[in-house]
Design a protein around this ligand. Structure first.
Ligand code: ZN
Length: 149
């Protein structure tokens, strides 16, 4: 059995090295920039919503630390094809996972649980949630820039 922590680190490393959905979307419904001043992570989330509020496509571009890029990559994989409400529910579960000691959230979160170790590093929590805060802003159409502050 490989050590779970090593496995998690491998997934994070892989998503940082080869981020999924790392591109712009032509004709995106919404484009929102996210910024984490604490670490300097900067990314843009592109969202393509259909008339029923389903996320048809989601992508991101930007620069940041390994955690922020890996988390953004995992986020895009997790919410594609979901409704805005389902994506928000995932965000809440993910937030719980890395802020609290909850273990029951793991079942719905799937691959996102690889980031659970972040809770031991409070300074990195904002790196891990940046893409999600940005997605949240995009879904609510609250403006062009999201920050973790
Ligand atoms: Zn960071």
């Amino acid at each position: 059995m490989p050590d779970l922590r090593d496995l998690y680190q491998e997934v994070i490393f892989d998503h940082n090295k080869r981020p999924r959905n790392f591109r712009a979307i032509e004709g995106a419904t919404r484009t929102v920039e996210g910024y984490n001043p604490l670490c300097g992570d900067k990314l843009t989330v592109y969202l393509l919503l259909d008339d029923d509020g389903v996320i048809r496509d989601v992508s991101f571009q930007g620069t940041g630390c390994a955690i922020s890029v890996a988390s953004a990559s995992l986020m895009t994989e997790s919410v594609k094809g979901k409704t805005a409400a389902e994506a928000e529910a995932l965000f809440n579960g993910f937030h719980d996972l890395i802020m609290n000691e909850r273990t029951d959230a793991g079942t719905q979160l799937g691959k996102l649980t690889v980031l659970s170790g972040v809770r031991e590093y409070p300074a990195r929590v904002k790196c891990a949630t940046l893409a999600w805060h940005t997605l949240h802003t995009a879904l609510r159409d609250e403006g062009a820039t999201a920050t973790t502050e």
